[in-house]
Design a protein around this ligand. Structure first.
Ligand code: HEM
Length: 84
């Protein structure tokens, strides 16, 4: 994914000097989260609304989901990180 796709306006004249830090941070957060958690649909959570919030920083509308450790080893890793 190219950084400019994060930006709502495509005619920007300057480039963000923090883009590599920003993209690397997002990649690390997603990768470490998926390494230790299973994220799945909550069967009791009802329909997921695919709308997004309006504005410069757009987010998915709130929805219910299940976030569970992937394994006993994942629990150890999560607990070790919390204790840092
Ligand atoms: C997802 C995260 C980020 C997004 C979406 C983002 C987006 C942008 C955008 C749209 C601009 C304006 C470009 C223009 O004026 O044409 C900008 C400028 C800038 N960004 Fe970021 N940025 C992010 C993260 C960061 C980080 C982590 C840093 C620093 C560590 C940073 C530092 C700057 C600076 C200093 C400018 C001003 C550049 C200038 O005036 O020439 N940004 N950013």
């Amino acid at each position: 994914m190219h950084f400019v796709t994060y930006c709502p306006v495509r005619t920007l004249k300057r480039i963000c000097p923090g883009r590599v830090l920003a993209e690397t941070s997002v990649w690390l957060i997603v990768a470490t989260t998926l390494a230790v958690f299973n994220i799945s649909r909550d069967p009791d959570g009802g329909e997921i609304d695919l709308d997004q919030t309006p504005g410069i920083v757009s987010l998915p509308s709130p929805f219910e989901c299940l976030i569970e450790p992937r394994s006993a080893r994942a629990v150890e890793l999560i607990q070790a990180d919390v204790q840092l």
